[in-house]
Design a protein around this ligand. Structure first.
Ligand SMILES: Nc1ncnc2c1ncn2[C@@H]1O[C@H](COP(=O)(O)OP(=O)(O)OP(=O)(O)O)[C@@H](O)[C@H]1O
Ligand SMILES: [Mg+2]
Length: 844
């Protein structure tokens, strides 16, 4: 400032030099001049004060540059601005340039060079400096050249101010940030607007456009739209756009059950993010450990909701950086999610509408929209066909044309209109040709649209069913009549049946769950009880404790006939033949059983007597046989020992008389007598043999049987093969005689009837059994018819064997030979028996 002042005074002094006026005038002029100068000085002082005030107010401080000294002289306020104690300080332009940030130095130096070298008169430089409190501040250097070298034009002096422009700079930065944010918001809004104008159909294409737009707007690597699966099972990725290769994928799933917490967080509706450092409870569930999915540094999930309904989620994934998601990003994602949710819902609605329209027109049931005044607004093809109208012919007509009568038409008025609920009616209607049909109508009111309210009516032709119902009704009526007749007939038949049961000569009980529900008089008398005493009690209760071989209290087997014993009320036994049958009933019904009880006590008694009689007869027959045998034995002995001896003695005294020639004379009477005596001797011997061979008593069974065989071999001229086994001598004498007699009769039968060439006789004792087998290869016979023929041979054999406790089997067929087998079980198996055995099947 003082420099300025000095130059001004110098210029003022030069104004006095040219031309010199007179002294008084000069003095006056001088006084005026001094006065003016004083005023000017005052003005200057005031201007200086104002300037200083202005500079202070503007946080500016003046500076001055002097080329000759090369110094830049800074005022004290400069230091005060930098947070230091005010002091005048000096610096240089090159130091000032060096203090600039490296990037700005080049430009700063060029600017100063231009000013100092006369290319520019003014310059402005902004410098960032560090204040004493370490805060960063901005300073503006503004200067002007006030003196230049007249020849070189180089600046000799410059003056200027330096100002702290930190606040302005910050405001500018804020404004810049605001500007860029606004620009970004605008860009995001533009993207959303563009999307809003997009056609949502087909929805797949729309989703692709949305993911691409989202990826570009937020500069993310992946953007995906995941929609809820039907039935709420989870999410399915409908489109996943990958920015690096501009590809689209789909089909990934997220299971709602596995990630229940993630789904719960989605339901809250707020966007949520997952980065390496940020953890969200829902996202943590989806990405354990809070880490974003592979290949993504951070994700942002914005739920797509429509009211309370969660439609899906939009997921944005950044590949790099971990700066997180700004508020704009979140808002954009949320708005986009809302927009896509609406689009998806619209598309669902469109689809439903499309399907509804298709359903209406192609429905197999006749369908129509009926509007005010019951005008047919729309009719489908099926309905037109059902009523016999051409396509479009019914449209616009009143539905009165469809009805059979006015009354019916009027009675259906309540089916139509918005007030009516869902209704169902059957009506007799009329087709175009006049024929009547039965129709089932179902009405459903439709919300009022631009054309007013309407009712959706479906018409189903039920003529066939109706006619069937009518026929059925008729049938029911007829059946009812017939059932009545049948019931009457049944009552009569039941009455007859009742009489039959009441009069039946056998006891009859009807059981249900084994308890008597009905009992006829015969059963009552059979058991000795009144009917009322029997009803309700189990029949088994009246069984004798030893009535049945199995459990007497067990239910009688179905459809079986058993003999059982009941106990009469008086305590006596009643033997009964019981037959059980099951009454056929309806499925699921309890079974009724009919028990027919026949009193067989008398028959059982007769049987018992018969059995006792038979055993007596058998014992008697045994005794008779034994007596007969004894008699035969004695007779045989007497014949042999007495008569035989007498005849032998007679034979010996019948010596022929000698003739003259010394030769016996033939034809003499003593010759005749001797031949008669010889014949008698043979006959007596044979008789004795047949009655009872002495050898049997003298030598035993085997020699006797062997002799028997020899005799038959000679008599019948057939091969007789005898084979024996074991020690026959051990057999008791009664068995010996029985076996001999059976063998004798069997061989006699073979000789007499078989016409056999060979017969085998097997006789033995083995393993506690005595066995006799006689087998021939003769003509055979039918044992059944032979038994009926009244012959005694086989019958006698059987009697004998039976009397000794054995069994006899005859196995024969005509043409196949005969085998007879006798078997006795011995009381104690003799230990000395042979180890061999007799095999009845062994062939001869
Ligand atoms: N081995 C046999 N081969 C063929 N037929 C036989 C044989 N044994 C018995 N029969 C037939 O069985 C019948 C009955 O025999 P059975 O011994 O009971 O009576 P029978 O020999 O005729 O007379 P008898 O009372 O004198 O014995 C015989 O008449 C004969 O026809
Ligand atoms: Mg015989």
């Amino acid at each position: 400032m003082f420099q300025l002042y000095r130059s001004f005074a110098a210029r003022l002094g030069r104004a006095f030099l040219p031309g010199r006026p007179p002294r008084h005038a000069q003095a006056m002029e001088l006084a005026n001049t001094v006065e003016r100068l004083r005023e000017q000085v005052d003005e200057l002082r005031q201007a200086h004060v104002r300037m200083e005030f202005a500079l202070r107010s503007a946080h500016a401080s003046p500076w001055e540059y002097d080329h000759r000294s090369g110094e830049l002289l800074l005022s004290g306020s400069w230091d005060a601005g930098r947070g230091q104690a005010p002091a005048r300080s000096r610096t240089s332009f090159s130091a000032l340039v060096d203090s600039l940030p490296p990037g700005d130095r080049e430009q700063g130096r060029a600017l100063l060079d231009a000013v100092l070298n006369g290319l520019r008169d003014e310059c402005s430089l902004e410098q960032r400096i560090e204040a004493a409190d370490a805060s960063v501040r901005w300073v503006l250097w503004h200067g002007r050249v006030v003196e230049r070298h007249p020849l070189t034009g180089r600046a000799l002096r410059m003056i200027g101010i330096s100002m702290d422009i930190t606040d302005r700079k910050r405001a500018e930065q804020l404004a810049d940030a605001e500007k860029s944010r606004t620009a970004r918001s605008l860009e995001l809004s533009r993207v959303l607007l563009t999307l809003a104008e997009q056609d949502v159909s087909p929805i797949g294409r729309f989703l692709q456009v949305a993911t691409e737009a989202a990826a570009q707007a937020l500069q993310v690597e992946r953007a995906g739209i995941w929609l809820q699966e039907d039935g709420g099972k989870g999410l399915v990725c409908r489109d996943l756009y990958r920015a690096s290769d501009a590809s689209h994928e789909q089909g990934f799933t997220v299971d709602a059950q596995v990630h229940a917490r993630y789904f719960a967080a989605l339901a809250e509706g707020e966007p949520m993010s997952a980065t390496d450092t940020v953890r969200d409870s829902g996202m943590g569930d989806l990405f354990p450990g809070g880490r974003a999915p592979r290949g993504a540094a951070s994700t942002l999930d914005a739920p797509m909701r429509l009211g309370a309904r969660l439609l899906g989620v939009i997921r944005l994934e950044r590949a790099h950086g971990d700066e997180g998601w700004s508020e704009e990003d979140r808002q954009f994602a949320q708005t986009l999610a809302r927009m896509v949710a609406h689009a998806v819902a619209d598309s669902e609605r469109n689809e439903a509408q499309r399907m509804g329209t298709a359903l209406f027109y192609h429905s197999p049931a006749g369908t129509a929209f009926v509007g005010d005044q019951r005008v047919l607004l729309m009719c489908n093809e099926r309905m037109e066909q059902m009523f016999g109208y051409a396509q479009g012919e019914l449209k616009g007509q009143c539905d009165r044309v469809l009805y059979h009568s006015d009354e019916q038409w009027l009675s259906h008025a309540d089916v139509f209109g918005a007030a009516a609920g869902s209704q169902e009616r059957e009506a007799q209607m009329r087709v175009k040709s006049g024929e009547s049909i039965w129709v089932l109508m179902r009405g459903r009111p439709i919300e009022a649209g631009p054309k007013g309210s309407s009712t959706l009516i479906s018409y189903t032709d039920i003529t066939v069913r109706k006619r069937a119902e009518q026929a059925l009704e008729q049938l029911n009526h007829d059946l009812g009549k017939r059932a009545l007749q049948r019931a009457r007939a049944l009552t009569q038949s039941e009455a007859r049946f009742g009489v039959v049961i009441a009069e039946a000569p056998v006891g009859i009980a009807i059981l249900r769950d084994e308890c008597i529900t009905e009992a006829n008089p015969r059963l009552c008398s059979l058991l000795g009880y009144e009917r009322v005493d029997l009803i309700g009690r189990p029949l088994a209760q009246f069984s004798h404790a030893q009535g049945r071989a199995d459990d007497p209290a067990a239910p009688l087997p179905d459809r079986a006939a058993v003999e059982t014993r009941y106990r009469h009320r008086s305590g006596r036994d009643v033997w009964a033949h019981v037959r059980v049958s099951v009454l056929p009933g309806r499925p699921g019904e309890k079974v009724h059983r009919v028990v027919v009880v026949e009193d067989i006590t008398e028959r059982r008694k007769a049987d018992q007597q018969l059995r006792e009689y038979a055993s007596h007869v058998s014992a008697l027959s045994g005794r008779l046989l034994a007596a007969q045998e004894e008699e035969r034995r004695q007779l045989s002995r007497e014949l042999h020992d007495e008569i035989g001896q007498v005849l032998t003695a007679v034979r010996m005294v019948l010596v022929p008389p000698r003739s003259d020639s010394g030769r016996p004379a033939l034809g003499e009477p003593w010759y005749l007598a001797r031949s008669v005596v010889d014949d008698a001797i043979v006959r007596v011997r044979t008789m004795s043999m047949n009655l009872r061979p002495p050898v049997l008593d003298d030598l035993g069974l085997l020699p006797a049987v062997r002799e028997l065989c020899n005799r038959h071999r000679e008599l019948a001229r057939m091969a007789v093969d005898l084979e024996t086994l074991g020690d026959l001598a051990q057999l008791p004498s009664d068995l010996v005689v029985t076996l001999y007699r059976v063998c004798q009769e069997a061989l006699t039968n073979v000789s007499r009837h078989a016409r056999a060439s060979r017969v085998e006789v097997r006789l033995g004792v083995s393993e506690g059994q005595a066995v006799l087998i006689v087998r021939d290869n003769g003509v055979g016979f039918d044992p059944e018819s032979a038994a009926a023929a009244g012959r005694l041979g086989i019958v006698g054999m059987r009697e004998r064997v039976k009397a000794r406790g054995g069994t006899l089997d005859v196995d024969s067929q005509p043409g196949r030979g005969t085998a007879l087998m006798v078997l006795f079980r011995l009381a104690e198996p003799p230990g000395a028996y042979s180890s061999g055995s007799i095999n009845p099947l062994r062939t001869a």
